[in-house]
Write a protein that binds this ligand. Structure first.
Ligand code: ZN
Length: 200
């Protein structure tokens, strides 16, 4: 099966069914775009990729090639094969939402990554009771020595990508974050591309 490329416009999300062993490239096709990313076990969506469990499993705040990220049940979900970006992929920030936009005083409530996730999972007949912390690909949130969290614009260049392999049959959701708070996408968000390949 040839790879399938899907462009995600800024502020929109797409979901992908990935079989175990499937390869995923999340490509910063337009540059500087933060991509909120979630993964759910296809057969049991209450099991999902967990940033907290992955940080505990790997003993780091940021993940790198060779790392296998785990679910909220400490089971392997995704392995990082390759990363051509500068390697900043935040694991700490909540997804942007109508509530967070209000909290930070932003004028525009919609679209947002949390609603994108809920809507797209609902279309797959999965009703989420809570929003897992996303893996914020290409987001450069720095932890300073005093523990302060600081947002910096994404350094991802056009064409940079992260290649992942699925450790279970899973549903991957990627949202091209529209947020302007913290200037995380270095100006106007532009969208991203996801490439799916099944080389089993
Ligand atoms: Zn967002």
């Amino acid at each position: 099966m040839p790879p399938i490329l899907t462009f995600i416009p800024p502020g929109e999300a797409r979901a992908f069914s990935i079989p175990k062993g499937g390869l995923i490239r999340i490509i910063n096709s337009e540059g500087n775009q933060v991509v909120d990313t979630w993964a759910f076990n296809s057969s049991s969506p209450s099991e999902f990729l967990s940033m907290a469990h992955s940080r505990s499993a790997l003993y780091r705040l940021y993940f790198e090639p060779g790392d296998t990220l785990v679910s909220n049940r400490f089971r392997p979900m995704l392995t990082i094969n390759k990363d051509t970006s500068p390697g900043y992929h935040d694991t700490l920030h909540a997804a942007c939402s109508a509530e967070s936009n209000r909290y930070y005083g932003a004028e525009h409530q919609y679209p947002n990554c949390q609603d994108n996730l809920k809507t797209i999972m609902h279309s797959r007949e999965v009703s989420l009771q809570t929003t897992p912390c996303p893996w914020n690909l290409f987001e450069r949130a720095i932890v300073l020595p005093d523990g302060t969290l600081k947002d910096e614009p994404s350094l991802a260049m056009t064409g940079d990508y992260l290649e992942l392999s699925a450790e279970v049959d899973l549903v991957l959701v990627c949202s091209a974050c529209p947020s302007l708070i913290g200037n995380i996408s270095s100006g106007q968000p532009r969208g991203a591309t996801v490439e799916i390949a099944d080389y089993r």
